[in-house]
Design a protein around this ligand. Structure first.
Ligand SMILES: [Zn+2]
Length: 309
């Protein structure tokens, strides 16, 4: 078995975003049932329903933990069922929640060496006492067992693999090619329960479905995939930003080179968009874009959704 809880489905900023007055954010703020509020993207994964690993720690983590019974303390004055956090990139919406996890609980942070460097170079993350919070480098293309704080094997293993993407915005170097991006800045994860073979993929930031990535995902039982934008220029057209999806390192859902087209013949059983930006009309349950992706077999989860494998 693997249980997956969606803690948040939205991209950076969440829905509604604090300073955004676009139609979608406005409808979410007004409590429109077709525009459900959503936290910034993260999932929790467990092989036994007792011990949980977070995939990314979003800035909304405190709210996400409080809203999720499985992540509440059990027994003892201080306790957490969260055994670790696996980081897929160093973006603010993936790492800022680590600061919520201070207060002396033992857990392990898994991240690519480039992401662990970000934590090392920003001393505020030292609030996570190294004596209690271990940092483990995530190798690529190599299975790594996720461990519990008492040293027991959780039963889950993860294989990280590089996907097309970009260095975090706050680390961009305008003078360098691709703004200084390098392999390891964006990782996909293949997560597997070694005891019974249940498995799924998490690729919530990705610029392109390359032939290699398509082959890796072919026939998968469940894939969470980058749903940031519906169309590459939607933020520019809406007057929200000067940046295209390509410039931000995110594939679009629609179009000939979009994710819906790329997955069409891959035979993936459940296709779930995650990291959906508040500019994306597919967030609206009553939009033509939502109907269109659902016809193609995709899902947009609400926060709190559970997937069982
Ligand atoms: Zn908005």
């Amino acid at each position: 078995m693997i249980r997956v809880l969606v803690l948040g489905a939205a991209a950076g900023g969440g829905l509604p975003q604090w300073n955004c007055n676009c139609e979608i954010c406005r409808r979410a703020r007004e409590g429109d049932p077709a525009a459900l509020a959503s936290d910034q993207a993260s999932i929790a994964v467990s092989a036994d329903g007792e011990h949980w690993f977070l995939i990314n720690a979003s800035p909304d983590l405190r709210h996400q933990i409080n809203a999720t019974r499985e992540l509440h303390p059990r027994g003892g004055l201080r306790h957490s069922p969260i055994a670790g956090v696996v980081l897929t990139n160093g973006d603010v919406d993936a790492i800022a929640g680590l600061l919520t996890m201070r207060e002396r609980s033992p857990f392990t942070i898994y991240g690519h060496e480039r992401v662990l460097n970000v934590l090392r170079e920003n001393s505020i993350f030292n609030v996570l006492d190294p004596a209690l919070v271990g940092r483990v480098a995530l190798p690529v293309e190599e299975a790594l067992s996720l461990m519990l704080p008492d040293g027991e094997d959780s039963g889950l293993e993860v294989v990280a693999f590089p996907v097309p993407g970009k260095v975090p915005l706050y680390l961009e170097d305008g003078a360098r090619k691709d703004y200084g991006s390098s392999a390891g800045d964006a990782l996909g994860l293949h997560i597997r329960n070694r005891r019974n073979g249940a498995h799924f993929f998490y690729v919530a930031a990705c610029a392109e479905v390359t032939p290699d990535l398509a082959e890796r995902l072919r026939g998968a039982p469940l894939v969470f995939f980058d749903g940031t934008l519906w169309s590459d220029d939607e933020m520019i057209r809406a007057g929200l930003s000067q940046k295209s999806g390509k410039r931000m390192g995110h594939i679009s859902m629609s179009g000939d080179s979009g994710s819906i087209a790329a997955f069409r013949d891959l035979g993936v059983h459940r296709k779930v968009f995650l990291h959906i930006n508040n500019s994306n009309p597919a967030l609206l349950a009553d939009s033509t874009e939502r109907r269109s992706l659902e016809r193609a077999g995709w899902e947009v989860p609400s926060d709190g959704s559970e997937f069982k494998l």
